[in-house]
Design a protein around this ligand. Structure first.
Ligand code: 5GP
Ligand code: ZN
Length: 115
């Protein structure tokens, strides 16, 4: 399987099979720049484990979820987002999710419109 491209583009990025601009990685998550940024800073916080969406999260993922949440403000600070940031999680077709591997969008660096 070495070098094989999977059905999941984010698993392929995590495995280093396709390139991405990494800004952080640790034992639980990989963080890279969105290929089509919607703000000056647009990062994707992606768990190493393939969980398709929020809908498939289970109790065994609780530590991972906490880690992702607590990492967000740390990343934002490192990106210079001193006045705040936006986080988005799209879930399923009805939520506009395009990549079926759980991820949190971290956006900022420009005045973002109200929601
Ligand atoms: P979703 O709509 O699933 O919440 O968001 C998927 C995001 O992944 C989109 O913002 C899209 O621009 C980004 N994306 C899709 N393919 C790639 C890729 O190959 N590399 C990177 N860095 N981002 C990607
Ligand atoms: Zn995946």
């Amino acid at each position: 399987m070495t070098g094989a491209v999977t059905q999941c583009v984010f698993c392929d990025i995590i495995a280093g099979r396709i390139p991405a601009q990494l800004v952080h990685d640790d034992e639980q998550v990989v963080v890279f720049k969105d290929i089509h940024p919607k703000a000056r800073v647009h990062l994707l916080v992606v768990p190493r484990v393939h969980v398709p969406s929020l809908d498939e999260l289970e109790e065994r993922h609780d530590a991972l979820v906490a880690h992702m949440m607590r990492l967000l403000p740390v990343l934002a600070r490192k990106q210079g987002l001193a006045t705040g940031f936006r986080t988005v999680i799209n879930t399923g077709a009805g939520g506009g999710q395009e990549i079926a591997h759980l991820h949190i969008h971290l956006l900022g660096g420009a005045p973002l419109p109200g929601f």
